[in-house]
Design a protein around this ligand. Structure first.
Ligand code: BGC
Length: 711
């Protein structure tokens, strides 16, 4: 783990700081948006000593760095980019499953490997920093950025978040193979009212600390170098202006030692959107005081900061502190010694990295329903693959690739191989002489090529139908929330017309989030959630269909039955009317932690020692083939002075067992796992009885229980 705050690093930062002018300090706090300035302006900013640029690749980055190195102090620029699931803005790089899809693996090793490979590819481009991971919780699935989250649960998001941070940053961040991570968006962004991107949150500091902070705390423990401020607000204060969030909680309580970067133009937003500052000087004052060290894209901060210090409104020590935080990170990562060409260019999209993308895709495949149609019966002679998303690599990739954010793409032809679902089915069918036909039918958005009759005709003579449904990138991402999550366009009609043919229909969801597709999922012979599986997402699903892969994904997020049920998440608070609707079951369609396998698992002999807090359970693969299972441990505080969730994940383990194999799993729990926050925000364990649950999903019926008494 990298340390950003050693005496040697501090001493060097202070030495540089002592030589800096006020203007150089103000420039160091600015991050310049390369795509929004001219080349001359970019070079001017480099010469002024701007601390960072975002979204620059290759030779452009080299030219800017050379200009920065030629300045009086020669402090190198940090180049940041959104390498969210792979270095997706570069057309040569590998594309991993989205964070949400990767979270289905419930496997921190997958997250760490994703980080490691992405770091190598970003470094190969001469860049130093990714704006990842997103540690917001995906609770309101109407929100456009659900795909960027690790799902709805703070513990799972924290474990996967810490793992990906380790992958990005490694043990030696100066080795040219690793980059800075950025935990974002601090904080509560995913809890925006109505799932509407970047609006206000209904949040208290207690709720923030209890639910939304834990993943960030884990990232800080893992040594994350940077934190990005959220767009939203808390109790009337924009997070950008919240000293309590940024200084008291993040620095004093969590001990964060890296630097804070705002999100896109957050400083100007205090004037233009949130209306808590009359002009840019006032906004700059609020942002700097609150503890934002670097201002993303608000280049006007530069003049404002100088004016504010010169007029005595802002103490220069506030700038010193911010610049020191930035310099420390630059020094600790060895940027001053090696500002250019730190990486290994030949690694971009290399075979080893592609293997990792395939491994991640395989572990993300989540089988949610199977009436026995899968794996495919070997006697099947023909398959009809239907649906636009079965052969749409943009939909399979999802957000944050060169398709969705074209600005920094270098002018090269995509060299990256990928496998769509159709191509995957074709690949696996061919050796068995199984015929594959394809018809588009329709996609998530109306298109003149939509033709349901042709799809029905293509499926007419097939033995088996694979239907891909989902969403496309125009329906998700920033600025693109949805009020209605039912299957869009004519996708549901397409399903029922195919279903009427009386053949097994396996439905595959290729989407950025759980969609509300209750009838379709229930009436499919089998239902697979693939989400955005990345470059090999289609291959992984095809392998699962053919039985070459035994699916092991578990949902990191609940599937609502209906848009009106949102938000729905397993770790809700108890209420005495049971929180029921008169027109809908109160449970989601598929719950957090749920996922099937082609084998079966049995849990027995749960035992908890209240002294050592060790929990053990025997897990047996009771089926006929090897498979992986994720055992999950939840806790419930039976009587507490404040209401606590009906169930809360505190541990999990993913294990692979051969057919018939049995193993005792041991979980070492911590006393803190049983703690709660009192109204005055003091963390305590209240003595009394707790129920521990262990099993294969968060559903009551899937869990064994054991009560313990803690004194
Ligand atoms: C997003 C961030 C992203 C930044 C830079 C913002 O609009 O909210 O997640 O890192 O842009 O692209």
């Amino acid at each position: 783990m990298v340390s950003w705050n050693t005496p040697a690093v501090n001493a060097r930062a202070n030495e540089i700081l002592s030589k800096m002018t006020l203007a150089e300090k103000a420039a160091q706090m600015v991050q310049v948006p390369f795509a929004y300035v001219t080349r001359e302006e970019a070079l001017m900013w480099a010469k002024r000593g701007a601390g960072s640029f975002l979204h620059v690749l290759g030779n452009d980055a080299r030219e800017i760095q050379a200009a920065a190195m030629g300045t009086r102090l020669g402090i190198p620029v940090l180049f940041g980019i959104d390498a969210i699931h792979g270095h997706g803005l570069n057309q040569q790089a590998v594309i991993f499953p989205s964070q949400l899809a990767a979270a289905c693996s419930w496997n921190p090793e997958i997250a760490e490997e994703m980080g490691r490979v992405t770091a190598r590819e970003v470094a190969a481009d001469g860049l130093h920093w990714t704006f990842s991971p997103v540690l917001c919780l995906g609770r309101d699935t109407r929100w456009g950025r659900i795909d960027e989250t690790f799902g709805e649960d703070p513990y799972l998001a924290g474990e996967l978040g810490a793992a990906i941070v380790r992958g990005y940053q490694g043990d030696d961040i100066s080795d040219g193979e690793h980059i800075l991570a950025c935990a974002k968006h601090y904080i509560g962004y995913g809890d925006a009212v109505g799932g509407r991107d970047s609006v206000d949150t209904e949040m208290t500091f207690r709720k923030l600390k209890e639910t939304f902070l834990p993943p960030f705390a884990r990232a800080v423990e893992a040594g994350v170098a940077t934190i990005m401020t959220a767009y939203g607000s808390i109790d009337g204060t924009p997070f950008t202006a919240s000293e309590r969030a940024m200084r008291t909680i993040l620095r004093d309580e969590l001990g964060f030692a890296g630097f804070v970067v705002t999100d896109w133009d957050n400083v100007a937003s205090l004037v233009n959107n949130q209306h808590v500052a009359a002009d840019i000087d006032e906004a700059s004052l609020l942002a700097a005081r609150a503890g934002n060290d670097m201002m993303m894209t608000t280049t006007a901060f530069y003049e404002s900061a100088i004016r504010l210090v010169e007029s005595g409104k802002l103490d220069e020590s506030v700038l010193d502190e911010a610049v020191r935080n930035i310099l420390r990170v630059k020094i600790a990562m060895g940027l001053l010694e090696r500002p250019q060409d730190r990486g290994t260019p030949a690694c971009l999209g290399c075979a080893e990295h592609r293997e990792s993308a395939l491994a991640a895709a395989r572990e993300s495949v989540t089988l949610l329903k199977n009436d026995g149609a899968l794996p495919l019966d070997p006697s099947i002679r023909s398959i009809a693959v239907i649906g636009a998303n079965a052969d749409d690599i943009r939909a399979q990739y999802g957000d944050w690739t060169y398709f969705t954010h074209p600005h920094p793409s270098p002018k090269t032809t995509p060299a990256r191989p990928y496998v769509t679902l159709l191509e995957g089915v074709q690949m696996l069918a061919e050796p068995h002489g199984i015929a594959v036909t394809y018809a588009r039918g329709c996609g998530p958005l109306p298109n003149e090529a939509d033709d349901l009759d042709a799809a029905v005709a293509a499926a007419q003579d097939a033995d088996f139908i694979v239907l891909a449904v989902g969403d496309v990138i125009e329906q998700s991402g920033e600025f693109r929330d949805r009020a209605d999550l039912s299957l869009s366009n004519r996708q549901e009609e397409l399903f029922f017309r195919l279903r009427a043919l009386g053949k097994p229909v396996v439905t595959v969801l290729i989407a950025t989030k759980p969609l509300c597709m209750t009838k379709v999922a229930e009436e499919s012979a089998a239902f697979i959630a693939a989400f955005n599986g990345g470059m090999y997402g289609g291959q992984a699903v095809a392998e699962a269909i053919f039985g070459a892969l035994n699916p092991s994904g578990k949902l990191p997020i609940s599937f609502p039955r209906h848009s009106g049920q949102i938000p729905v998440y397993y770790n809700s608070m108890p209420g005495w009317h049971g929180g029921k609707y008169v027109d809908l079951p109160d449970t989601p369609l598929f719950v957090f932690g749920e996922g099937l396998s082609y084998t079966s698992f049995a849990y027995e002999n749960v035992h908890v020692d209240a002294q050592t807090l060790q929990l053990s359970v025997r897990l047996t693969n009771t089926g006929a083939r090897a498979g992986s299972e994720t055992a999950q441990v939840y806790v419930r505080d039976l009587v507490s002075s404040v209401i606590t969730p009906v169930k809360r994940l505190i541990a999990f383990q993913k294990v692979t067992l051969e057919a018939g194999e049995s193993r005792e799993l041991v979980f070492q729990l911590k006393r803190d796992d049983f703690s709660l926050l009192l109204p005055d925000e003091l963390r305590v364990v209240e003595p009394g009885e707790f129920t521990l649950f262990v099993g294969g999903s968060s559903k009551d019926g899937d869990l064994l229980r054991q009560n313990i008494n803690l004194s």
